[in-house]
Ligand binder design. Structure first.
Ligand SMILES: NC(=O)c1ccc[n+]([C@@H]2O[C@H](COP(=O)([O-])OP(=O)(O)OC[C@H]3O[C@@H](n4cnc5c(N)ncnc54)[C@H](OP(=O)(O)O)[C@@H]3O)[C@@H](O)[C@H]2O)c1
Length: 359
């Protein structure tokens, strides 16, 4: 969160200092004083006894030709939160294509009916679809609230996306189940995990991709909005890690964001949540035999990156990960990444800023 505040308030010095509690109070006071007056723009600083440490992202290639650390096959069962939509759905589909495991996909939306209503099926343009939705729900001459039409339209697009994911995964030869669970709901999460062990007898992997954004500068951020964004990632991660039998889990992957590693203007809640995922991954990875990794993704050309946002990224020289590149990177990280790497950043190469597309 501090990394975001530092970007939103450039004239304010922001720093998180980890102190060593074994040291005397006057030593800690001196270290804090030095950090407050240091004009170094560092945000993460830690002391081990009197040794000062800072964090830095460094390029780290995966080991070449190494034996796979994690194997997935037709007998594996993988739980994927957020897995029916967006980039997590793409990753789930890539896993289905490669390994045909059983995938349990989780989202907060209800499961869609198997087939779309003939009144909207096949219609693609927003105008056509909204008109069909108005006709479907209302009699002629009845007044229609635009907000209701908009809500139905959004629901329909979500249903289409979930249905398409399930169909693609089945067609790839994998077994797939979709479950409606709000990942912030402790009871629902516990029941889901119990259901998986009861129905499939095992759980080999967890991919926690559920997440939302509601970007606003900190000065404009409302506490309930902060909580929605933060809790979806953080409560979800804590609840699943508590409910799952860690001793038989072979891998956990949190879908974090580069906003967690570096902060991002307008995303104090989202950056804070992703920062927590990073530290939780460190914590869990030290205490389990399976690998736990938090992947700080840069922007993808899919999912929550809308076409407008993609244009802003292009204007600022930020490259987007294609679906193929992102899915390949995930597969490589999972199979060949090393246990001690609990926090990784995967971003696309920078591109030449395209100032013409700046909004
Ligand atoms: N796309 C990117 O460029 C990018 C970059 C960095 C990191 N990431 C991370 O990758 C993950 C997926 O992002 P995306 O772009 O694919 O987003 P997306 O298209 O908006 O999908 C988000 C997914 O999370 C689910 N979800 C949201 N709230 C939930 C809740 N309370 N309970 C259960 N499921 C919930 C959604 O399902 P329902 O709508 O059914 O709830 C949906 O499946 C996120 O964690 C995001 O932070 C994405």
């Amino acid at each position: 969160m501090l990394k975001t505040i530092a970007q939103e308030w450039p004239t304010v010095s922001c720093k998180a200092v980890d102190l060593d509690p074994t040291q005397a109070a006057y030593t800690l006071a001196a270290q804090l004083y030095d950090e407050i007056i240091a004009d170094d723009h560092l945000i993460d600083v830690g002391y081990v006894v009197s040794r000062r440490r800072t964090m830095q992202a460094v390029p780290a290639d995966l080991p070449q030709q190494a034996e796979a650390q994690v194997n997935i096959d037709r007998t594996s069962v993988v739980l994927v939160t957020g897995g029916a939509r967006g980039i997590t759905a793409e990753v789930a589909y890539a896993l289905a294509t490669r390994y045909q495991p059983t995938l349990v996909l989780v989202g907060s939306s209800p499961a869609p009916p198997p087939d779309e209503s003939p009144l909207t099926a096949g219609r693609l343009s927003p105008k056509e679809l909204k008109l069909a939705l108005i006709n479907q729900a209302h009699s002629p001459n009845e007044e229609v609230a635009l907000s209701k039409v908009d809500a139905s339209y959004k629901r329909l697009l979500k249903e289409r996306e979930i249905r398409a994911t399930l169909q693609r995964i089945k067609a790839a030869g994998a077994n797939v189940e979709y479950v409606q669970v709000d990942v912030r709901d402790e009871q629902a999460v516990t029941h889901l995990v119990e259901h998986i062990y009861r129905s499939y007898g095992r759980l080999d992997g967890l991919i926690h991709g559920a997440g939302i954004i509601e970007d606003k500068l900190l000065v404009d951020k409302q506490p309930d909005s902060f909580d929605r964004v933060f809790d979806t990632k953080v409560d979800g991660a804590f609840l699943f890690s508590r409910a799952i039998h860690a001793e038989s889990l072979r891998f956990t992957a949190f879908f974090a964001s580069s906003a967690g590693a570096f902060g991002n203007r307008g995303q104090c809640d989202y950056a804070a949540a992703n920062g927590v995922l990073n530290k939780l991954a460190q914590y869990l990875n030290q205490r389990t035999t399976g690998r736990v990794v938090s992947i700080n993704w840069g922007a993808w050309a899919a999912g929550m990156v809308s076409p407008e946002l993609a244009m802003q990224f292009a204007a600022n020289g930020i490259g987007l990960l294609s679906v193929d590149t992102g899915c390949q990177a995930f597969n490589n990280e999972l199979r060949y990444g090393v246990k001690q790497d609990a926090e990784v950043v995967i971003v696309a190469e920078a591109v030449e800023p395209n100032l013409q597309v700046a909004p």
